[in-house]
Design a protein around this ligand. Sequence first.
Ligand SMILES: NC(=O)c1ccc[n+]([C@@H]2O[C@H](COP(=O)([O-])OP(=O)(O)OC[C@H]3O[C@@H](n4cnc5c(N)ncnc54)[C@H](OP(=O)(O)O)[C@@H]3O)[C@@H](O)[C@H]2O)c1
Length: 334
Amino acid sequence: MTTYEARPTRYYDGMRYNRCGRSGVLLPILSLGLWHNFGDTTPFEVSQSIARTAFDSGITHFDLANNYGPAPGAAERFFGKMMRDDFKCHRDELFVSTKAAYDMWEGPYGSWASRKHLMASLDQSLARMGLEYVDLFYCHRYDPVTPLDETLQALVDIVRNGKALYIGLSRWPADAARYGYAYLKAHDVPCLIYQGRLNLFDQAPVEDGTLASAAESGVGFIAFSPLAQGLLTDRYLNGIPSDSRIARDGRFLHADALTEARMRQVKRLNEIAKERGESLATMALSWVLNHDGVTSVIVGASSPEQLKKNLEAVASEPFTETQAEAIDDALKLS
Ligand SMILES: NC(=O)c1ccc[n+]([C@@H]2O[C@H](COP(=O)([O-])OP(=O)(O)OC[C@H]3O[C@@H](n4cnc5c(N)ncnc54)[C@H](OP(=O)(O)O)[C@@H]3O)[C@@H](O)[C@H]2O)c1
């Protein structure tokens, strides 16, 4: 009998695909996130060239959410145009995710994880993207007030209604996620994947057991912001470039993230990456991907060139013990 463990990984045209938990789905080790650089403030041609570069490089998985923009909804509208103009005949080669639960529209039903919000939001997302279904629908955050069973049953019904093929959870505390995995499995809609932040500067999913409990439950894990929004690249080694996220956007990453201690760590990590013969971005992605249970990293990019550089992580070497120790020491610099 062939087991999941016997067929964990596949290669096609230079891209590596990992099996997602105990499912039939293979995901590319690099996925593309549309949180930034796909909204109304980015020229369409720039977003288009990033998305085309991704697809042409074997990145089959595009990660969206109802509120990605600016304005909220704009990234899904962009993706809808891509589906009409570029990707239409490739629908079955794509694995498209979206999410709901963050603030999206006015009034009591525009946010959080009630059945009402999740179902209405997914219908809006499908309309914006011009899709009949998404491959993966996430509850984007844990809702401490809505009964978990209401949220989880809505996710089950979304799959039963044919509007999503798989379900994922994002940013749920480890114990609530474990409850969710059990509920979904008991209702014959096993959770496909957990989405959480994991990078050299934020190792919470490793420390709080989220990564381990996903693996134990046969659920994949996909890491968001693996480059800490650009901090784990050469972007800020010599100040704040005018075309960077800190200078251009300022919604989620601010100059005060560049403390002296942080920059000492970044500079030391950059030296270690050089010793490995790769960029800091490549090393940072490789570090995340080297954790057991990690299926894929969702990278952001503001240009096709950045994405192409990040694809070098596919060929990155495992870490020696000495390199792993050097990285741990770098992270302790204050
Ligand atoms: N579930 C959630 O709650 C959640 C939260 C956040 C994100 N996400 C998902 O994760 C995705 C990725 O998040 P993220 O954009 O924060 O990811 P990230 O990969 O950590 O950061 C992307 C940014 O890093 C810089 N960068 C990327 N490659 C580079 C390279 N080779 N050299 C230099 N700089 C480089 C670019 O910044 P510049 O713009 O400065 O060039 C780019 O916009 C999102 O799009 C979204 O799909 C999910």
